[in-house]
Design a protein around this ligand. Structure first.
Ligand code: NCD
Ligand code: ZN
Length: 349
């Protein structure tokens, strides 16, 4: 049996770092294992312009633990007022690696998102021209559409028409959660990628709802049926270049999660690599973990893979804290529901 695995240092292609005290507390949990991450812009107020991104990048760099080698890849939050020239300048600066589309009201802090895609058509065309990827939160917000169907309906109603209207636009389907998402991602060529989270590989809606409601498993897009989880596992472990890791690690404090109207978001930065080794071992695909976590993402974003390495060792149950402390209260770490046997034994900076 394989007991150690050395891979290129991984990157996280979808991460929420927040700001202020929360940023300070969660950033080391990512920099311990990951070299780079695509930083989500859904702050309050959101990161909309190149200036906003520069300022947020500065705050992240200031919060870095001593000696950490970490490159935050910034994103801009697309609004109906976004200026195509500012987006092009952001791309040219090298600081901004993607623009994020949130349908207005789809998820946490998405009130400034897009209601009318025609209003952003010019920006999307410019992005297609310069090769800047659009990261898409793929859920419709139509109240008539059942929450478990919102991803599939988004693909038909929004994503496919948008890709047809703007040929050449490079799109990342963020955190896909269904067999429909997997299937649609496979219809693209090099211009369509899809991230998959750690928790969607490990849990389905039964884990969240059977025997009591578990608020720490609630996220958006919400976890679906077991057959969708199976499709995601098959995709992630397939080695196909279009699928790569985006943890969507999204910290909220316990007061926000354990509430009559709890926030969406799973915090998984600390134990993601142990979780992934577990999943890939179960799927007999440990030899493809590196593709998913360390190679396919940079290839899509046209960046070189990391030169440093990370070693995982199968050494028996790893002790992760149940919570991390932050200046704004405790944040509960994703609980896979069983022991994790793979530990990150060495992460060269
Ligand atoms: C994210 C957050 O908390 O910012 N929540 C989540 O459940 N994934 C927003 C998002 O990515 O949808
Ligand atoms: Zn997210």
């Amino acid at each position: 049996m394989t007991t150690t695995l050395t891979i290129r240092r991984p990157d996280d292609w979808h991460l929420h770092l927040r700001d202020g005290e929360m940023l300070k507390a969660v950033l080391p949990e990512t920099t311990r294992h990951f070299a780079r991450a695509i930083i989500m812009p859904n702050l309050v107020p959101p990161v909309v312009t190149l200036d906003d991104a520069r300022a947020y990048h500065g705050r992240i760099m200031d919060a870095l633990p001593q000696g950490a080698a970490f490159d935050p890849l910034m994103t801009l939050y697309l609004t109906e007022n976004t200026d195509a020239d500012d987006v092009a300048a952001a791309h040219a600066s090298g600081l901004v690696k993607a623009v994020k589309l949130y349908p207005a009201g789809a998820t946490t802090n998405s009130a400034s998102g897009v209601s009318n895609l025609d209003a952003v058509r010019g920006v999307l065309e410019r992005m297609a021209e310069i090769g800047l990827p659009l990261c898409v939160h793929g859920e419709v917000t139509d109240p008539e559409v059942d929450i478990f169907d919102r991803e599939a309906v988004f693909i038909d109603r929004v994503l496919e028409p948008m890709r047809r209207a703007v040929p050449g636009l490079r799109v990342v389907m963020e955190h896909i959660t269904t067999a429909d998402g997997v299937e649609y991602a496979r219809t693209g060529d090099g211009d369509l990628g899809a991230t998959i989270t750690t928790h969607h590989l490990m849990i389905n809606r039964n884990h969240m709802l059977v025997g009591g409601i578990r608020p720490h498993y609630y996220c958006l897009p919400v976890v679906k049926r077991a057959r969708h989880q199976k499709a995601l596992r098959e995709a992630a472990t397939s080695g196909e270049a279009r699928f790569f890791l985006g943890t969507d690690s999204a910290p909220h404090n316990d007061a926000g999660k354990e509430s009559a109207c709890g926030c969406a978001g799973v915090f998984s930065a600390s134990n993601t690599m142990s979780c992934l080794a577990h999943v890939f071992e179960e799927e007999n695909a440990l030899n493809r973990l590196e593709a998913f976590a360390s190679l396919n993402g940079p290839a899509f974003y046209r960046l070189p893979p990391n030169e440093t390495r990370l070693t995982l060792t199968r050494q028996g149950p790893v002790d992760y804290p149940a919570k991390i402390e932050t200046g704004v209260g405790p944040v509960t770490l994703f609980d896979p529901g069983h022991p994790l046997l793979w530990a990150v034994s060495e992460a060269a900076a």
